[in-house]
Design a protein around this ligand. Sequence first.
Ligand SMILES: Nc1ncnc2c1ncn2[C@@H]1O[C@H](COP(=O)(O)OP(=O)(O)OP(=O)(O)O)[C@@H](O)[C@H]1O
Ligand SMILES: [Mg+2]
Length: 250
Amino acid sequence: MEKILVHSYKGGTGKTTVALNMANLLANENKVLLIENDFFMPSFQYALRSEPDLYFNDYLKGEVSFKEVIFPDTQLNIDLIFTNKEFDPNEKIFGSDQKWFISTLQRMTDDLETLKKQYDFVIFDSPPGWHMIVINLIMMCDKAILILRPNSYAVSGTRKLIEIVYKRAKALSNMEMFVLFNQVPEINMSADLKRWAEQFEKEGVKYAGNIACSCETAYQMAHEVIIFPADHFFHIALKQALSKILKSPP
Ligand SMILES: Nc1ncnc2c1ncn2[C@@H]1O[C@H](COP(=O)(O)OP(=O)(O)OP(=O)(O)O)[C@@H](O)[C@H]1O
Ligand SMILES: [Mg+2]
């Protein structure tokens, strides 16, 4: 079982799009569990138009088991865990102290261990920036894909995030880190991308590739086409990136 975190410094970089399409790409030949961790701005329910009975929220509150919140999507052949879009600001999903996060990390690690033989890949979609829940995911995952837009402040912010959050957690975990540039404009940016890739590589973060920006894609997604077919540029570019990230790529 490979556990992969999809994350970014800033919001709106394409984490959810990458996580969903990656799960879909891998689901052809693998058993995949895709978990939404964005409790602040959930989007799986909107993207997939599903109404599960139980949510990750219920598991985190300690009300149900991990297995009970898994929702098998038979059409996509992906097992999903949703975050509830009907969030209540007064609802207490997280404990108020560090102890709660540490015990939740242990609980999730143990529960995933029991599913080790059941899944080839577990993919976590996450909120942007840092939060204790993200630290837990860093501790739990084997790999992180950091998605960023191709501009110098996104590069600086991502490098800071790696230095301050990832490297500290990494001292305790054994995670491999990758950067994937998304929404790259058509104008030639290869010199910039090469320079940034070198900066990241120097810090031990591998360059996984880049995905073009397409207004047509944004339009399609606005019309709820979230998972792209095999001949779509997003699918092709993501597949190429996965060949650098995964031990057994699709
Ligand atoms: N390559 C691309 N070309 C054009 N639009 C894109 C591309 N990738 C993502 N988008 C658009 O960018 C927006 C943000 O994408 P997405 O929701 O996947 O980002 P996110 O990182 O999950 O956001 P959040 O941080 O809010 O969870 C969406 O409207 C999506 O359609
Ligand atoms: Mg998202």
